[in-house]
Design a protein around this ligand. Structure first.
Ligand code: ZN
Length: 487
């Protein structure tokens, strides 16, 4: 359907041979306009003939985004290995990338604009094609030509990795958790000894030769050694994950321009330096090229709130992980990395300013903040719904909220509603219930909140972008990154 053009986005103007492009705002959605030329045939849309010109008005569909990527290289995601600071900016609604681009346009920070896990796909009812398409259109609209990434996050199987690659994703984060029997962390040494003895002797023999009875100089400050008991446990816990990662890399990643991240963070206990070293060393020894690796650090990295734990302990632990990563030439990846303001300076300093930081839910929370400000009625409904569906949401996410600390809605005036987004317990509740909120339906099958959320955010897009610039901007400031430095 043809809609009236309200505004042409000035940065979106592009030219390809005899065709002119731009993006435009209409009353309820953005469109792309292609004026004359042969490119028009490549896009689905409505041809419009006026006395002055012929053009096509096209929806921001997945199919059209694919056509666009073939024509304008800068709209395809690219690999970021070798870049210093890279930030994952998961955008569960597909509306945030414009704000992220505005913040990072002048900086050296490389944005991974599209980043979603299978869990998030399921909870938002989106596909990898939708996720990438949203980022492509944002990049085109903002005329952002410096490159961006797309991360198939927390993928577990060959099929999941293959699917994300086929959709054009430039980064794969392999979640090895299903191949990490973390219950062995608390098994008795006798059981460990028995299980270890069942492994093929040639395998354990070769590994023992590589790792036992020596001091490994990771760096000037960091020395590592394995004691035999711990070593047996580490082999049992991590060898299956290592084999899985080698398999996936050899079969699907090798010789492609893809960032490969290995994640061992979704486990019950923290990753010891020895375990990290063992995993990294084995992967590298088998020719796996890693862009980043995500161990589980000490303390709690919960969603959307600051670090919880002993900061000096974190610093000592993080130093060792950072040195191991430097030794092998990849970056540490910090998952659930948003809002960890008290440890950001440590992360930046100890990695020499080279790391990957993943954020996602915090960008959704900024959307909720805009709703609280611009549509208090809708916010109240969402808030009440989130509280009453919390137990369901907690099946997917681990948080330690205490709802007693969340002020009763009826005691809070409209202009104070955005303050909920400054309170940890409320943040956590709104953070993890996004899937239920977006998928909730009325009896007649229409969406309970989703359409209204999109309407509010379309109408108040400037507020949303500003909120994102401010909030992610605070992250950069705490990390010690000056976003005004020209790259
Ligand atoms: Zn993770």
């Amino acid at each position: 359907m043809r809609s009236d053009i309200q505004y042409i986005y000035p940065r979106s103007k592009q030219k390809n041979s005899d065709s002119d492009y731009c993006m435009a705002k209409t009353e309820n959605c953005d469109v792309v306009l292609i004026v004359s030329g042969s490119d028009m045939d490549a896009f689905d849309g409505e041809a419009i003939v006026t006395p002055e010109k012929t053009y096509k008005q096209c929806p921001l569909s997945v199919e059209n985004s694919k056509a666009l990527r073939k024509i304008f290289n800068f709209t395809s995601p690219v690999r970021h290995k070798g870049r210093d600071v890279t930030i994952g900016l998961g955008d569960r609604l597909g509306l945030a990338s414009g704000g992220h681009i505005r913040l990072l346009r002048e900086s050296d920070v490389f944005p991974v604009l599209a980043q979603q896990s299978i869990r998030e796909l399921n909870l938002t009812g989106r596909t990898y094609e939708d996720v990438l398409s949203a980022a492509v259109w944002a990049v085109f609209r903002e005329g952002y030509t410096k490159g961006f990434g797309a991360d198939g996050d927390h993928l577990k199987t060959h099929d999941e990795v293959r699917n994300a690659l086929e959709c054009g994703f430039s980064m794969i984060t392999l979640d090895c958790s299903e191949h990490i029997p973390s219950e062995l962390d608390c098994a008795s040494q006798a059981e460990i000894n028995t299980r270890y003895a069942e492994l093929p002797a040639d395998v354990t023999g070769a590994l023992e030769k590589l790792y036992l009875n020596k001091t490994i100089a990771v760096s000037g400050d960091v020395m590592l050694s394995f004691c035999y008991d711990d070593f047996k446990r580490i082999v049992l816990v991590y060898l299956p994950a290592i084999e899985h990662a080698i398999n996936i890399f050899d079969e699907l990643i090798n010789n492609k321009d893809i960032d490969f991240e290995v994640s061992i963070d979704e486990t019950l206990s923290t990753t010891s330096p020895q375990a990290h070293y063992f995993v990294a060393s084995e992967l590298v020894r088998h020719g796996v090229e890693i862009t980043s690796l995500a161990p589980r650090f000490v303390g709690e990295f919960q969603k959307g709130i600051d670090y919880r734990g002993d900061i000096s302990l974190f610093e000592r632990d993080f130093l060792v992980h950072a040195e191991i990563a430097k030794m092998f030439g990849y970056k540490l990846s910090i998952h659930s990395g948003s809002d960890k303001f008290s440890v950001f300076p440590i992360i930046h300093r100890l990695t020499d300013g080279k790391y990957h930081l993943k954020t996602a839910g915090t960008n959704w929370l900024e959307a909720v903040r805009v709703i609280a400000k611009c549509s208090p009625e809708l916010y109240r409904e969402i808030h009440a719904f989130a509280l009453s569906n919390l137990q369901e949401a907690k099946k997917c996410y681990h948080i330690t909220e205490n709802t007693d600390y969340i002020a009763d809605l009826s005691d809070v005036s409209d202009n104070m509603l955005p303050d909920y987004l400054n309170q940890d317990d409320a943040r956590q509740v709104l953070h993890i219930t996004y899937g239920l909120i977006l998928q909730a339906k009325n009896p007649d099958g229409s969406t309970l909140f989703k359409d209204r959320i999109f309407d509010v955010l379309y109408e108040h897009e400037e507020e949303y972008f500003t909120a994102l610039e401010e909030h992610i901007g605070k992250h950069l400031a705490a990390l010690g990154i000056d976003e005004t430095v020209k790259g």
